[in-house]
Design a protein around this ligand. Structure first.
Ligand code: SF4
Length: 469
């Protein structure tokens, strides 16, 4: 299966559909406004937030520069405590490994805590095909699993739903009429999921971080489902992208300070769970078997490119909340598992640039994503890099012609002045109250959804001359 959810995803069509959906627009504005305000508050509450973010970035740069070494150290540390490590080069390998672990341990019921990596490898259908029941236990993920949808945000997967639609989806699934108030819906979720935890023999998680020095897997959640997923079932499988490794235990607080602040503005997420291997003699809880699946799936290929910085992402979702494009079109329009500005980089890189031609252009390059990012990833720079890559391979005839003409005009001051005079004349003729509601040529795309300011009556040079005289 391709990394992208749909082989031929219609980005423009899906975006237009999202823009025309008033409920989605309302939900997106509410969520992204709240989370973005939290992000700003969170950074402002730290005396040294910029330095801390630089420090986090340096740790990530160092880890990626020595990735082979830290992954081997992580493997040795996990083995020391009785865990098992599996290397998965592709999504298919990872799916096969998890299914084999489940079959070998005779597991029939799996519970999952929220994991974008498991979404990336499309794990649930593979487990279900093997006869293993899978239940998402993050409430947002549970809702979209029941609805048969994909997550639309890195930290708020069901942002596209309202409480009314959640009540509808759950009522249909459970065969009972549920009230649409948030508290009773949460209690229903609790009732259903507790039973699933009780039955489960396998727990599947991702990993926000993995410490090479100690072999510790770190899970950051707000609902406590991560703890139940890792302590109730007898087998625990953690699936993580290879870029999630950090060298030392002392590096962890740097990221914990930033992750929740970047994502929601919380000082810390409600639950931070640290797991080092399976249950040890004398311990009261924990899985009897612990497996760590290290997923490459295109990451090592990215490591050797100018897009390596994208591997520093800690999946906080802050860039989504800050992005004027994501804020209007939501996550599903992007087509891949990862959405927003970072998804516009990861999807073309992990899948293919040619198969996702619109994503590198789904940005105004305003830089709001980089400003919000806890590790200051230069997302606009990489989006421009991806655009160059596309054009390097396939410049359209129209683009070649347009840029040739543009260059010719810019090299000749008389032609530049004449072109501006002609454009001003043409556009001002169609303007009303200082605005153009319809632009000619490619400019028509702009005026499809908003007006364009009419050019001034006189050029800057003309006005300057007047001022001088
Ligand atoms: S790119 Fe930065 S802001 Fe966006 S999800 Fe990753 S860490 Fe968060």
């Amino acid at each position: 299966m391709s990394y992208a959810q749909h082989e031929h995803h219609d980005f423009l069509g899906a975006s237009a559909q999202a823009l025309a959906d008033p409920t989605l627009q309302q939900a997106l504005t509410r969520l992204t406004d709240t989370l973005l305000a939290g992000n700003r508050r969170g950074y402002a509450a730290l005396a040294d937030s910029s330095e801390l973010r630089d420090h986090a970035k340096r740790i990530k740069e160092h880890s990626l520069a020595h990735l082979d070494q830290y992954l081997e150290q992580l493997e040795a540390s996990v083995l020391k405590f009785g865990g098992k490590v599996h290397w998965a080069a592709t999504a298919e390998d990872a799916r096969r490994i998890v299914v084999e672990i489940a079959k070998k341990a005779n597991c029939k019921h799996a519970v999952k805590s929220k994991s974008m990596t498991s979404e990336e490898i499309h794990l649930n259908p593979a487990l279900e095909q093997a006869g293993i029941e899978v239940t998402e236990t993050d409430f947002g993920e549970f809702i979209i699993q029941v609805a048969g949808e994909r997550p639309s945000h890195l930290v708020a997967p069901a942002v596209h739903h309202t409480r009314e639609s959640i009540a509808r989806v759950l009522s249909k699934h459970l065969g009972e009429q549920l009230a649409d108030d948030p508290k009773s819906l949460a209690m229903v979720g609790r009732r259903v999921l507790r039973e699933k935890f009780r039955q489960a023999d396998m727990g599947i998680t991702g990993a926000n971080f993995a410490v090479a020095e100690t072999g510790t897997i770190v899970l950051v959640t707000n609902e406590g489902n991560g703890r139940l997923t890792t302590t109730c079932p007898r087998v625990h499988v953690a699936i993580m992208g290879i870029e999630k490794v950090i060298p030392r235990f002392i590096d962890l607080p740097v990221f914990l300070k930033l992750l929740a602040r970047g994502a929601t503005g919380q000082t810390l997420s409600v639950y931070t769970t640290l797991i080092t291997g399976p249950r040890q003699p004398g311990e009261l809880d924990g899985a009897e078997e612990f497996h760590l699946v290290l997923l490459d799936n295109g990451r090592s290929k990215v490591l050797a490119t100018p897009f390596r910085e994208s591997l520093q992402c800690i999946r906080c979702g802050a860039c989504l909340n800050a992005c004027p494009v994501y804020r209007r079109i939501g996550g599903h329009a992007y087509g891949g598992v990862y959405s927003g500005p970072i998804g516009s980089i990861l999807t073309p890189l992990y899948d293919s640039v040619a198969a996702n031609p619109h994503l590198p252009h789904a940005s105004s390059l305003c830089g709001a994503c980089q400003a919000a990012c806890p590790v200051k990833i230069n997302i606009p720079h990489m989006l421009i890099g991806l655009r160059e890559l596309q054009h390097y391979h396939k410049p359209s005839r129209w683009e070649r012609w347009a840029y040739g003409l543009w260059s010719m005009v810019l090299c000749r001051p008389w032609a530049y002045r004449w072109a501006l005079w002609a454009a001003r004349l043409l556009l001002r003729r169609n303007a009303q109250n200082g605005w153009l509601s319809q632009m000619p040529g490619p400019g028509a795309e702009w005026t499809k959804v908003r007006d364009f300011p009419a050019p001034a009556a006189k050029s800057f040079r003309e006005r300057w001359k007047e001022l001088e005289s």
